[in-house]
Design a binder for this molecule. Structure first.
Ligand SMILES: [Zn+2]
Length: 202
């Protein structure tokens, strides 16, 4: 059983991962939907106010972390362990999940593939800034997702093109890689959404 002090420290790591470091310079739009540091700060504030909950556990073995948009107003970050958020690839995953939370707070209902592409653009940018190899070795299909995300990140960071859309070949490659992964098979449904219904108190 986690102590209150351990939970406080975990939340502080999640909050810090959203306020400090390269997440501060993440800035892009996808299909006209903008994401930048002010959005990540909004998620950090929501965690600090307990408008968004943090739970240790319930993460599938092949997932890094999870943000669940639920229909009854309970919006939760699930992380796999109490020490989560200590290392850079975990900080990148926290920012990925935060993108899901941002769209939920804003009630931006888009097809699940759109929110997943946006989340992986963020993952790719942070992997680039943290100088993490896109090959995490979890599984080959996920490596394809990371490689495609890295190519998109290069457009944003190296070429300084911040307005991205689904017609760009690199973005089509990223969407296809995500849809090819069994974890994201529901994103093959062109209208399926996670149901971003808002976060009370955020
Ligand atoms: Zn995601």
């Amino acid at each position: 059983m986690a102590t209150a002090g351990e939970m406080k420290a975990l939340k502080k790591r999640l909050i810090n991962a959203l306020l400090y470091g390269p997440v501060q310079v993440v800035s892009y739009s996808y299909n006209g939907i903008r994401i930048n540091h002010a959005d990540f700060k909004r998620v950090a504030t929501a965690i600090s106010k307990n408008a968004v909950h943090v739970i240790v556990g319930n993460v599938p073995p092949d997932a890094a972390a999870m943000y669940v948009v639920s229909g009854d107003g309970e919006n939760t970050f699930f992380v796999p362990k109490m020490s989560y958020g200590s290392v850079n690839h975990e900080k990148a995953s926290i920012a990925h999940e935060a993108v899901h939370c941002i769209l939920d707070i804003r009630k931006t209902v888009v097809p699940a593939i759109t929110t997943e592409v946006m989340a992986y653009i963020t993952t790719g940018i942070l992997h680039m800034y943290f100088a993490i190899s896109p090959r995490q070795g979890k599984d080959n299909l996920r490596d394809d997702v990371f490689m495609a995300a890295n190519k998109v990140a290069s457009i944003v960071v190296d070429e300084k093109r911040r307005a991205l859309d689904a017609t760009m070949p690199e973005l089509q490659e990223l969407a296809a890689a995500i849809q090819n992964h069994p974890n994201y098979s529901m994103t093959l449904g062109s209208t399926f959404s996670w149901g971003e219904d808002g976060v009370e108190g955020a």
